[in-house]
Ligand binder design. Structure first.
Ligand code: HEM
Ligand SMILES: *[C@@H]1O[C@H](CO)[C@@H](O)[C@H](O)[C@H]1NC(C)=O
Ligand SMILES: CC(=O)N[C@H]1CO[C@H](CO)[C@@H](O)[C@@H]1O
Length: 307
């Protein structure tokens, strides 16, 4: 009798971790970590996961009521519609898209696409040594309706001007200090699909793309050999604006940046979702490995792009 009670308790512990987060999310965290942690820090799939989460949620704009109720935002459409991934703005994300489709097929009876996309980004961020644990919630609604087009930022050309980018993000509800913190995700970036005036412009955006560090913030202005700083990032870093002043305040200040990045990323992860809907969301932060635990999960080194 006692034995039976114990095994029932054990079962309920498996079904739900503390705080009501379904245990499947811990399984998914371990699974994804295998692909996100490599010999030199986080992998190409991890970088893809972080950018993919931004490109799903970042398609939201308060200026597109005409598209309601499919407003864009963190709604899974980048994974569920076959159209969105083929857009120019999503070039470079196809490899991760295929990877995540495979994972979604395994888990879709238990989890939604929009949640999987944002949860995977949280796991990816802690897979880069130094990355903070993002407050991570579950409960988003999915849609396969493609998000409105042309609402993601451009790295080169007129779309990369400071004022254009500030306004683009303001329309999403993202403030200049939040933008300054979020853009630091390029610490883990290795561009593969860029060109500037017809010339390929591919490579990492700081000298340590496997690490979650503030090297990006100092190197965006100095861009040493082998570092490919985007025009957009250089323009945003100009200290003649709030975004630029906040950007400069993160130079050599990892703790300050991590403290600003985590809440800004949590905000990005729920763009376009009415506050009333967010009331019923479940906190699954505890299912995201802490940075040091994430390293232990790694089994085999994963190959990385050579660039
Ligand atoms: C002004 C805003 C932004 C612009 C113009 C921009 C532009 C770009 C471009 C052009 C790439 C290279 C893609 C490729 O060629 O593979 C890239 C990569 C990346 N971006 Fe951004 N981005 C912006 C904001 C953000 C934000 C807010 C996040 C997340 C919080 C983010 C996360 C990433 C990541 C992780 C990568 C690396 C992807 C990879 O290496 O596969 N970016 N971004
Ligand atoms: C800051 O300088 C850039 C040129 O480098 C300019 O495009 C931008 O409008 C300026 N921003 C402000 C707020 O003056
Ligand atoms: C409008 C603006 O400031 N554009 C600048 C963005 O950055 C590039 C590269 O630094 C400049 O050439 C543009 O003039």
């Amino acid at each position: 009798m006692i034995g039976k009670t114990l095994s029932l308790l054990a079962l309920s512990a498996i079904a739900e971790t503390s705080g009501g987060c379904p245990a499947i999310w811990s399984t998914i965290a371990s699974d994804l970590s295998q692909s996100f942690i490599g010999a030199s820090g986080c992998t190409d799939l991890a970088r893809g996961a972080i950018r993919f989460a931004f490109h799903d949620s970042g398609s939201y704009s308060s200026r597109t009521p005409a598209y309601a109720p499919a407003t864009g935002g963190a709604d899974g459409s980048l994974l569920l519609s076959s159209v969105e991934i083929t857009r120019d703005e999503n070039n470079g994300l196809q490899q991760y898209y295929s990877f995540l489709r495979g994972k979604y097929d395994v888990y879709k009876s238990q989890v939604g696409a929009a949640d999987l996309i944002q949860f995977a980004a949280s796991v990816a961020i802690v897979s880069c040594p130094g990355g903070p644990r993002i407050p991570t919630v579950i409960g988003r609604k999915d849609t396969s309706t493609p998000a409105p087009d042309n609402l993601l930022p451009q790295a080169f050309g007129p779309g990369s001007a400071q004022q254009v980018l500030i306004q683009l993000f303001a329309d999403k509800g993202i403030s200049q200090p939040e933008l300054a913190a979020l853009i630091g995700a390029h610490t883990a970036s290795k561009a593969v699909a860029e060109e500037d005036n017809g010339i390929p412009y591919d490579g990492p955006q700081d000298s340590t793309p496997g690490q979650w560090d503030v090297t990006y913030y100092s190197q965006t202005d100095s861009h040493p050999k082998g570092v490919y700083s985007f025009e957009s990032d250089i323009n945003l870093s100009n200290p003649n604006s709030t975004v630029g002043q906040t950007f400069q305040s993160f130079v050599n200040s990892q703790s300050k940046w991590n403290a600003a990045f985590a809440p800004a990323m949590a905000h990005l992860s729920v763009l376009g979702i009415p506050w009333s809907d967010q009331q019923s969301f479940i906190d699954c932060t505890s299912a995201v490995p802490s940075g040091s635990n994430a390293r232990l999960i790694r089994t085999a080194p994963i190959n990385d792009r050579i660039r």
